[in-house]
Design a protein around this ligand. Sequence first.
Ligand SMILES: [Ca+2]
Ligand SMILES: [Ca+2]
Ligand SMILES: [Ca+2]
Length: 798
Amino acid sequence: MEHRLLRSTRRRITAVAAALTLAVGSAAVAAAPVQAASPNLIVNGGFEAGLADWFANDGNAADSAGLSTTTDAYSGTSAVLVTNRSTTGSGPMQNLSGKVQAGKTYLVTARVKYENPNSPSTKQFFVTMHYGGSTYTNLGTVTVPRGQWGLIQGTFTIPAGQNVSTARIFVETPWTSNPSSAPDTHLMDFKVDDVTLQEYVVSKTIEVVGKLPGEHNPLIGHKFGADGFGFVHDGRVYLYLTNDTQGYAPNPSTGVSPSINYGDINQITVISSADLVNWTDHGEIQVAGPNGVAPFTGNSWAPGMAKKVVNGQEKFFLYYANGGGSSNVITGDSPLGPWTSERTSALINGGTPGAEDVAWKFDPAPLVDDDGQEYLYFGGGPASTSLPPVERFNNPKNLRAIKLGDDMVSTEGSAVVVDAPVAFEAGHVFKREGKYYFSYSSHFGGNDFGGNQPRVPGYPGGGQIGYLISDDPMSWPKETYAGVLFPNQSQFFGTGTGGNNHQSVFEFEGKYYFTYHAPTLNKRINGNTTQGYRSPHLQELTFNPDGTIQQVVGTYAGVDQVRDFDPYRVFEAETLGWSKGIATAKVDGASAEFGTTAPNLVVRDVDDGDWTALSSVDFGADGAGRVTAKVRALAAGGSIEVRLDDVAGPLVGTIPVDTPAGDWAEVTADLRGASGVHDVYFTYRGPAGEDLFEIDSWAFVPPLDLSVTADTRCAGGKVMVTVRATNNEAVHVSASVESAYGTRPFGSVPPGKEKFRSFPTAAAGVPAGEVTVRATARVDGEPVSASFKASYAARSCG
Ligand SMILES: [Ca+2]
Ligand SMILES: [Ca+2]
Ligand SMILES: [Ca+2]
């Protein structure tokens, strides 16, 4: 009797937990991710081998039942029928000794059905673990209508230290002390089929196409990222993002993750692009937490970036919110690091002069002005209760501006109020034509802002981006309010995409762009019930003649690609226009494209049918001759199809991935028909269910392999442009070079040899320029031509 009581207590608790798991997940079973499954630990779970490996539960002397096979199966041709049950625990059982481990998490499923017309119209069933002795745990449950197959489903973690040497699972009905008093209610016959027990492995890989081919928002489809801050440096746009993917943990059965928990986030994600459509994933910076660059901070939200020459050295400063309580900054040698902390305590905190009344000392956004003066904008959260309610709502005075020291890692003087109407968070400033623009996100009302107060006409509604225009970066009275820059994203992206927002503005090659976020990838994974995982978006910003901004319309189309992609170089495989089913991971070693100190990632979780694609690649009129990839094979029989314009478009080459498993190697394929401008799809092929390979980088090469370099030198006070061409082919190549200072033949260049030409310019100084080398040869009897460009820097010989 005693052990029965123990069992009953334990059972009730775990049954509630299992029911909650089911309630969260049951709506989205259809969205279950496709991934390499962990093996089923149950032998003969479908009873297609009869009763092999099954027996009736005999854990207690009172337990007994008859097992037989039935052709009334859920799947296949056979299931088990349980009859003559003496206890509620009497059901089919299988031994798990040696198969499960303490501390690990498992997913259990089973199909059950009962038909007794004298039984209740619905009945609850359990899959239960009997570890031994009196230790029983319910693993999963379902309440099923009479006459229908129901699905028992549950996840569970075996407690650390649990002895599993005699672990067994069985299917049963809810325990009661005297079941024989109502056998139709408690001891009915039932059928079981398709019992599975798998280790529960959480994969963050996004299996849906999150960014649709042809569309440019969200910017990436393989991970999340919020609070984007756009930063332009050396011809690229870098976007710094709150790493929303950090706590993402989709249930392997349902594909649904628990809702976002900002407290999990202590990393910042970096992506960059030279064309605003193909984005390179630079991975995550471990900013905060015990192993962070600044371990005295716990979170890293809402990044902001600035650069400045300090003591003759160009440095990069990454500001971030340490939760709601403070803000901090780390210092980089480049936009991609490496990163160090110059501080040992937060930059903005309760001791910052002028910030005493700011509830949330977060969302730091830097501005380095044309005159070199540095500013930081920050703050947000509930308005001071010392303000009258109407003012708390309309002019909460919760945002601040403060000067930064010349070192960028200290503040100067006292913070001043930015009196942004209905302000909540996300202050940001940019400068255009001598005017300063402050944008911010508005609050959603409630008691923090004085309750239900009349909104001043024209002031922002809840969760909108408003903006102010000022002549002075430290003066933001409410009269500088200029309107709503962007309504809530749910107006454009619909159900499930509401919530907060956070914006930035950057100028790139003469145009202005607006960054914002929306949980559009989350919506593509889970439908209209999203869990708050946000994705970065871009739209172009258009100004009126009076300097005000036209309200931004959010679209999946996004912004135009500003230049075609240059394939004739080594570039990272983690450069993605669009993708399906892949993930990325940081690896040791340098980036082939971004240098020895930049992080390098690889494309991983490559299954048969997964793909990555690049938008608008310019192969030139001569086309590409070959493509090489740096790959690490993980299984035999993989290959990469190179296709144009569509995942099923014209095949221009197939790269066999036939190198030894586990080693990095270069693989290559000749290409036919890859000329002009096309989207390029790399479609991954190999045995189904296998993790095929990882990819580090790509390089396309022209039909002829020449190395061409251009330079300048001084001769007699005049500039000479010099051009060097090396023939890497096994045949003679005929070549000539065109420059701004004339065209000269190289003549025939023998295999492996180098030729040199110089162009007198007759000028003491020349601007930067480019030369073109045109080459022809006969390869395998076929005439082949290719052209190569090389650039040189400006030169003065005065
Ligand atoms: Ca079956
Ligand atoms: Ca995959
Ligand atoms: Ca790489």
